[in-house]
Design a protein. Structure first.
Lengths: 81, 330
């Protein structure tokens, strides 16, 4: 995943979780960010649909618990190749 | 012969529960956090001895008073709720007696949650279209607050109590709206994501791992909604010969204002076409769409010619989408 695409993703995450962009990096995990809780996951699910057109299967929604995990989902969907 | 909406009424419990009251003493929660996450500013909470059927009966009596209709003309009563008075008999049977509807009136319960209103319209239209019924009283009512644990504010902050009554008829004379096609769908593999695991037949005695309270995986529900609503409306509009751009109003189940706004953005719909309501009521399951209709009627926002899609989605997973055209205001 190129730096520009990663930066875009982190900007989207910062916006939907309402956190300072500087607190997010390509390695950030949910446990690092208080707002990345169950309600934060809802925000991320809708953000992925809105910004990338990616529908996450309900079974996998709980796995969106880190930036690497989200990158993996987007890569698998061909959105970050 | 088709189906028409003739009247809509709603009823709410008296008690208003503010966010501050709800989150008092719960670490990490505040009024501001609930508003930012959900858009809900307060919710209505039923009294300990007040049931969903009580609210449904109140809404029905309001409807009768507003229309002056002869209740003996009702030949089917549909009660959509997941908060029954008893395991048996069907709550609709008890409501038939409380409302003094004729004994020749069919009465049955529909156990659906947030998909319940479009689901019920689908069924009502089929009954009216076939001539099996001519006038149907549809009651949608919930007291989900009784299933919520106030220690779990991620869930308890979302739900409120309330009921609605909708009168449907095959007679177009004086109708408010014509009910068109509906499509319903089911994915029971998602049942575990919005579930009360204890207290019913599968586990009669609740336990710590299977409590008698609502357990929700919000992210899974959001995933389901984001994918299903688009596909469901696509299917409905294709069958109805309409395009998304022809729809004036998308009346979504009001899970909570934040959820509706995010869903609207995810579907790239113009916000002005997607009303957001019930910030002062909370999620009342199958009652949210008719409550929203009632309030829009009160504000004069339902005007002749308006093309609407109603979409309900939630526990099951279950969903329903209905196309309707508005004929007149009140």
């Amino acid at each position: 995943m190129n730096a520009g695409a990663t930066n875009d993703l982190l900007n989207h995450l910062a916006e939907c979780l309402i956190v300072d962009r500087k607190r997010l990096s390509a390695e950030t995990a949910a446990g690092d960010i208080e707002a990345w809780d169950s309600m934060g996951l809802v925000e991320i699910v809708f953000m992925l649909q809105r910004e990338y057109g990616v529908s996450v299967p309900p079974e996998n929604a709980g796995k969106l618990n880190s930036v690497p995990a989200i990158i993996e989902v987007l890569t698998a969907a061909g959105k970050l190749a | 012969m088709t189906a028409y909406i003739h009247a809509v009424a709603m009823a709410l419990p008296e008690r208003v529960q503010s966010n501050s009251e709800l989150c008092a003493g719960v670490p990490g929660w505040s009024d501001e956090k609930i508003v930012a996450k959900t858009g809900i500013i307060s919710r209505r909470i039923s009294a300990p001895d007040e049931t969903a059927s009580d609210l449904a009966v109140q809404a029905a009596e309001k409807l009768f008073a507003a229309t002056g209709m002869d209740r003996n003309s009702i030949d089917a009563l549909m009660y959509c709720s997941q908060s029954p008075d008893y395991f048996l008999p069907a709550t609709s049977c008890l409501i038939q007696d409380r409302l003094q509807l004729p004994t020749l009136c069919a009465a049955f319960d529909i156990n659906q949650g947030c998909s319940g209103f479009p689901y019920s319209l689908w069924l009502a239209r089929a009954l009216l279209h076939s001539g099996s019924a001519r006038k149907i009283l549809l009651l949608t009512s919930e007291t989900y607050s009784k299933y919520c644990d106030n220690a779990d504010l991620g869930t308890a902050s979302l739900f409120g109590d309330g009921g609605a009554a909708t009168l449907l008829s095959s007679d177009p004379e004086g109708a408010l709206a014509e009910v068109g096609l509906s499509f319903c769908g089911t994915d029971g593999s998602g049942g575990k994501h919005l579930l009360i695991p204890g207290g019913c037949s599968r586990q009669a005695v609740p336990s710590e791992t299977a409590p008698r309270r609502l357990i929700m995986n919000g992210a899974a529900v959001a995933s389901f909604a984001a994918g299903t609503v688009k596909n469901g409306i696509d299917r409905l509009l294709t069958a109805a010969g309409k395009d998304w751009s022809e729809i004036d109003r998308f009346l979504f189940h009001q899970a909570n204002p934040g959820f509706v706004r995010r869903l609207t953005a995810a579907l790239h719909l113009p916000p002005e076409k997607v009303p957001v309501d019930l910030a002062d009521v909370g999620n009342t399951g199958s009652a949210t769409i008719p409550m929203m209709l009632r309030r829009q009627l009160d504000r004069g926002e339902l005007t002749p010619g308006l093309k609407c899609v109603m979409a309900g989605f939630g526990t099951g997973f279950s969903w329903g989408m209905t196309y309707a055209e508005w004929l007149r205001g009140e």
